[in-house]
Ligand binder design. Structure first.
Ligand code: ADP
Ligand code: ADP
Length: 232
């Protein structure tokens, strides 16, 4: 479970103090697909950075499964970061490496033995539906296929949370639907908590159980998607 308790984050900029996140309270239960939606500047990236311990709250606390992120340092923080698998808008693949090598990369960093890495990566290739493309380079893949590699790579270290940061924002509508279906599939098969950060309402409607709507750093609505988006 992820908990934000009375979290505020301010930055000191040339223009003065910027209130990026204001008194946010969020509870993200295990095993759900939870959406955080908001326009550009709403505070989404700041929330992600606080989840990863790249920024710490100015006030309030962020805890993941009971451990407070801002109390972690060094090795503990690095280990905590491995528990969050990140999927990015622009894939962030390594272009000189094949599909299989990209998926193996986080395992290489975690010093997993070569044979085990291969086996793990092969399983993930199957999970994301890329059989037959193992030896392709990212430049030979469609956008949707690249994102499948991104998702497989994010799962390599058996994370507790899959965090999708605008993962479909660079994809066409049909490819978007395919990638969202894959996220639903992974949520079910692995019983994995999926956090979906997006500016696209239709993404939230399609896959999320719960949603928090962020505007100018504040949560303005929160609840089951069907309640938040129900027509009056
Ligand atoms: P989003 O990801 O939803 O676009 P951000 O979290 O990036 O929103 O930004 C929220 C607000 O905080 C914006 O006004 C942004 O300019 C400001 N902000 C974010 N990071 C910094 C920073 N390091 N220094 C100053 N202002 C920042
Ligand atoms: P697409 O057009 O399929 O979205 P892009 O060329 O925009 O692909 O690149 C997607 C991402 O990969 C971007 O974040 C970009 O910075 C990164 N990227 C592009 N070329 C390389 C490269 N040669 N090595 C590493 N990263 C790259």
């Amino acid at each position: 479970m992820i908990e934000f308790k009375n979290v505020s984050k301010t930055f000191t900029a040339k223009e003065g103090t910027v209130h990026a996140v204001k008194d946010v309270n969020l509870t993200i239960p295990d095993g759900k697909i939870y959406g955080i939606v908001g326009y550009s500047g709403a505070g989404k990236s700041t929330i992600i950075r606080m989840l990863n311990g790249l920024e710490f709250p100015t006030t309030g606390s962020v805890t993941i499964n009971g451990s407070e992120i801002s109390s972690l340092k060094g090795k503990e923080l690095r280990e905590q970061r491995l528990k969050i698998g990140m999927v990015f808008q622009h894939f962030n693949l390594l272009w000189s490496r094949t599909v299989l090598e990209n998926i193996e990369f986080p395992l290489e960093i975690a010093k997993v033995a070569k044979e085990e890495r291969r086996q793990k990566a092969q399983k993930l290739v199957a999970l994301v539906g890329l059989e037959g493309r193992e030896n392709a380079y990212p430049s030979e893949l469609s956008g949707g296929q690249k994102q499948r590699v991104g998702i497989a790579r994010a799962l390599a270290n058996d994370p507790e949370i899959l965090l999708s940061d605008e993962a479909t924002s660079a994809l066409d509508p049909q490819t978007t639907d395919e990638v969202l279906d894959l996220l639903i599939d992974i949520n079910k098969k692995l019983n994995l908590t999926v956090v979906v950060i997006t500016h696209e309402m239709h993404v939230i409607r399609k896959i999320c159980d719960h949603v928090a709507v962020l505007d100018a750093g504040k949560i303005v609505e929160q609840g089951p998607v069907l309640d938040v988006f129900k027509n009056p």
